[in-house]
Design a protein around this ligand. Structure first.
Ligand SMILES: [Zn+2]
Length: 963
């Protein structure tokens, strides 16, 4: 019952809604219709009629790539009359600009030559394209986005799609993004919600960039350099039934590579695409179950989302973009290195207990996997019926506005960008036990080496230190317990998982992986400083001073962040090639193959200034340094420095146990195959010893020739000459031979403890181990010899001479023991349980009084008297007494029969030969009145149930009122 109340309580307290919002980017009928129409037009007329295509492509080949120019057209915010407010317009413009600016850092293209022209007669989905855009085109634009809106009470946040593919460049150049202002009620949200809104915008733009089931037909096949078209889409799309759902698997190269590495499953054929939620969500998002908080999943999660390597890889696989910036990606820990089983089975796996990503049901309360907040298990409609903890929006640790929750101070909580979720019951002194929730948001900080997590409880001005993962700490304040706090189970995970930006970028920038990408006009690590140019030492400056570089957040610093290098000519941080994590200059234009990288991002390896997915022949990717390192000499292909896979036969080397060995081994005698350092394979009859091949005799003292391994191998400890590891022939000085091994333990001990030599473990033959330490030639008094183990074991208690544990020959009479039943030693006067008092001090079985719960019958103690007997206390002794002769069974007294013996009938507790008048005999031989209508009285059960129910509700009301 307690459980029911708790669950109900959790539900009542947390009734505030989860952040819920779906992207229905192409569920809109209009988008679907448009896509079909455009596809036909594009492949039938626009693309084939584009005659200068080949010459243009040639021209493009000579073009340098540069950051994409994204232009935004807000004019429809004014012309559509659907009840938008000026504040909503301004808000949409603000977040659109920040998201578009971020996209320019994300993608490089060969820029469009001339203006960006809308080269189709079709509308852009649901809007008429300005004629100017169709004729003259948009200036300085590689991608023009029409920003529009709709006004709906549905859960859809926004939708978006591309609406024109440029036939010369074969990539989207126009798109439209539509906001639901019905959802956009708060145009002045706190910095956390501002991030969530920005993420929506970025999500929609990524649909325009090609992440859409409708767009895949335009993706460029790297084999043909032409669009896949619907007819060729099966090259990158395949279907599988996953966890009971028909699921699209995207099998394009980069996505497959990343999925294999992320899940650590080399058998993956691709990555799962969302399989639930109708045409708007399914097919155009990552599958929620296997990658919960990626920005391109179908539904917003309360903790916010990350743009990860998965989406970067997909954008590469579209073939639309010259380069995509992998350095900008945030990390996803959901499912990381969890293996094929996690990817395939998820919460349906028999191994699910090891997948901390999932919980068993909605009954489970706790911290989210990323410790961003707490809530109960949910199945969000996209997670293939798997339950996971998604925090309630009002229990999201990083959302500052939750600091005002009524219980924050009572539960000693703190909501800030430094707050994380802990399993904790801390409660204001004196109030312990007042809250059912076992999770809290506490401010915490990790030490730089992740060995310590310090938790600050501001309300009491105390700190708690976690040094041991998973440790449960009872916390006291003024010598009184205020609750328990459990340290995170995995410090590395806990500490490396925090991707929060300072102050959530102050509502002036987009936070991706701890970095703020500030809006135009704002600078600083948290975008809090208003400055149109650069910010240095408290001033707005036009240029950073010498030795400082203008960072992407427009702050002048002596260093540049990952993905940038300090340009000493301009004092600007300039972007590296997207493949580099760090570089020392931009790619040399003359040799465009040289990227000048000095460090590579995840899953890439540095080779001659370039970051590669896999190392060239003769090299292996070293995961620690993320560099390509040379295989050992003569090795053409290797897994690592120790293990070669293929040797260079032209160089006269052959693979032998992962090493490339030469057959030309003049430097070693009697050697078949060798490396530069050692012989790998000796000639027949010779054995390897210290890099050389020798005869068995030459193996020398302390060694023997092992025919299987062809090595001289060491004899056992203390052995001077041996035939094998276990068969010594002659021991070294100080040792003596015993059963083929050499021992230096004190005779007659054969094997003794290495540290405590007096503790013997086995004895020489003819001796027996006694008390686990000494060797004796005869087992002493009170012990017997176990013939199998050759160990002297103690006899039973009170026995001086025994055959084994059970059979004693002679008891210790002097201590009061006597031999009972010719085998057992019993202390005089002792009785066998459950007898309390024995009749005879030398017979423990013959009882005169039993323990409680037993009755005495024929001098023995029984739990139930024999048939025909009943138990009754006689002189304080529970005794079995005989029922009267006519009763078969009786209770309480001899005459009170419960049933009768043959031929008799039961009437009024008595056994008679026949029933009296007006009575009939039942099948049970009981006399019953003919009209007696006995029914089971059910009203008793009913009233009991009534009381219980009333009690539950009463209790509940009390608790709710308290909370
Ligand atoms: Zn979407």
């Amino acid at each position: 019952m307690k459980k029911i109340i708790q669950n109900l309580l959790v539900f009542i307290v947390c009734v505030l809604p989860l952040v819920k919002g779906e992207c229905q980017h192409d569920s809109d009928e209009e988008i679907k219709r448009f896509q079909e129409e455009f596809s036909q037009q594009y492949f039938n007329s626009i693309l084939p009629n584009h005659e200068s295509q080949n010459s243009l492509r040639k021209l493009q080949n000579s073009q340098e790539i540069q950051n994409i120019r994204v232009t935004l057209d807000f004019s429809y915010l004014d012309t559509l009359q659907l009840g938008i407010t000026d504040k909503q317009k301004a808000y949409i413009q603000k977040i659109s600009k920040i998201a578009a600016q971020f996209v320019t850092k994300l993608i490089k293209v060969k820029p469009l030559m001339g203006n960006n022209i809308y080269g189709s007669s079709l509308r852009c989905i649901d809007i008429a394209v300005p004629s100017n855009d169709q004729k003259t085109g948009v200036e300085n634009s590689d991608l023009n986005l029409y920003i529009i809106y709709f006004n709906s009470g549905s859960s859809a946040l926004a939708n978006a799609a591309s609406c024109f593919i440029n036939p010369a460049y074969q990539r989207p150049t126009f798109g439209r993004v539509s906001f639901n202002i019905g959802y956009l009620t708060n145009t002045n949200p706190n910095s956390f919600k501002f991030q969530l809104d920005l993420q929506v915008l970025l999500h929609e733009i990524i649909h325009v960039l090609g992440f859409s089931s409708d767009s895949m037909q335009y993706w460029i096949d790297p084999d043909t350099q032409k669009p896949y078209k619907l007819s060729g889409i099966s090259k990158i799309n395949t279907y599988q039934t996953v966890r009971g759902f028909k699921t699209l698997i995207l099998t394009s190269k980069n996505v497959t590579d990343i999925a294999r590495k992320h899940y650590n499953c080399s058998q993956l054929i691709g990555m799962q695409i969302e399989n639930q939620g109708g045409s708007g969500s399914a097919g155009s998002h990552w599958e929620r179950t296997v990658i919960m908080n990626e920005i391109m999943t179908a539904q917003q999660v309360s903790i916010g989302a990350t743009l990860s390597q998965f989406t970067i890889a997909l954008l590469k696989d579209t073939g639309f973009w010259a380069d995509v910036n992998v350095n900008i990606a945030g990390q996803i820990l959901w499912g990381k290195n969890q293996g094929c089983d996690f990817y395939n089975q998820a919460c349906q796996s028999s191994n699910k207990a090891n997948y901390l990503e999932f919980v068993s049901s909605s009954q489970v309360e706790g911290c989210s996997l990323t410790n961003d907040g707490y809530g109960i298990g949910i199945n969000d409609g996209f997670s293939d019926n798997c339950y996971y903890i998604q925090p309630y929006s009002n229990m999201l640790c990083t959302d500052l506005s939750n600091q005002n929750n009524s219980q924050t101070d009572l539960k000693l909580e703190s909501y800030s960008t430094n707050s994380r979720c802990f399993m904790s019951t801390l409660t204001k002194p004196g109030m312990l036990g007042s809250f059912s929730s076992k999770s809290r948001c506490h401010e915490s900080q990790c030490s730089s080496d992740f060995s310590t997590i310090t938790i600050s409880i501001r309300q009491l001005n105390i700190t708690i230190e976690c040094n041991q993962p998973g440790q449960s700490k009872a916390i006291n304040y003024n010598n009184k317990k205020i609750g328990d706090l459990e340290c995170p189970k995995n410090f590395n995970y806990f500490c490396s998982n925090n991707q929060q930006c300072i102050n959530n970028c102050s509502s002036n920038g987009l936070c991706i992986n701890k970095v703020c990408h500030c809006a135009e006009g704002f600078t600083g690590a948290d975008c809090s400083i208003s400055c149109l140019s650069f910010y240095e030492n408290g001033n707005c400056v036009n240029n950073c001073s010498s030795g400082n570089y203008a960072n992407p957040d427009k702050t002048c610093r002596s260093t540049c962040p990952d993905g940038y290098f300090g340009d000493t000519k301009t004092n600007l941080c300039q972007q590296c090639d997207f493949s580099c994590k760090q570089c020392n200059s931009s790619p040399s234009q003359s040799q465009s193959l040289q990227k000048n990288c000095t460090k590579c991002s995840l899953y890439k390896y540095l080779y001659q200034g370039n970051c590669l997915d896999s190392c060239p022949a003769g090299y292996y990717g070293d995961d620690l340094s993320q560099e390509c390192k040379k295989c050992s000499q003569g090795c053409l292909s290797c897994e690592n420095s120790e293990k070669c896979i293929q040797c260079d036969s032209n160089a006269g080397v052959i693979l032998n146990q992962g090493i490339c060995g030469s057959l030309n081994c003049d430097q070693f005698s009697n050697c078949n195959q060798c490396s530069s350092k050692t012989c790998l394979d000796c000639k027949s009859g010779f054995y390897l010893l210290n890099l050389n091949c020798v005869t068995p005799e030459q193996c020398g003292d302390g060694y023997y020739a092992n025919k299987n391994t062809k090595l001289c191998e060491k004899c056992g400890d203390g052995c001077a000459k041996c035939s094998s590891k276990d068969l010594c022939n002659e021991c070294a000085v100080g040792y003596r031979l015993s059963g083929g091994i050499c021992t230096n333990c004190t005779y007659p001990c054969q094997k003794c403890d290495l540290i405590n030599k007096s503790a013997c473990q086995t004895c020489e033959s003819g001796y027996f181990l006694y008390q686990n330490s000494t060797c004796v030639d005869k087992c002493p008094k009170n012990t017997y010899l176990d013939s199998v183990s050759q160990i002297c074991y103690a006899c039973q208690k009170g026995c001086v001479d025994c055959q084994n544990q059970l059979k004693c020959n002679q008891c210790e009479e002097i201590s009061g023991y006597y031999l009972f039943d010719n085998q057992q030693c019993v202390l005089k006067g002792d009785c066998f349980s459950p007898c309390l008092v024995c009749q005879d001090p030398k017979n423990p079985k013959l009882c005169s009084k039993c323990q409680d719960g037993y009755a005495l019958q024929d001098n023995l103690c029984v739990q139930q008297c024999k048939q025909g007997y009943y138990s009754q206390s006689v002189n304080g002794i529970n005794t079995c007494l005989k029922c009267s002769d006519t009763c078969l069974q009786c209770s309480l007294q001899a005459e009170k029969c419960l049933s009768c013996s043959n031929e008799k009938v039961l009437y009024n507790d008595k056994c008679l030969t026949q029933c009296p008048k007006d009575y009939i005999k039942t099948n049970n031989n009981i006399c019953k009145k003919a009209y007696d209508d006995t029914v089971i009285n059910s009203s008793k059960n009913l009233s009991f149930y009534g009381i219980e129910t009333a009690f539950i509700f009463g209790f509940l009301i009390i608790i709710i009122a308290f909370v």
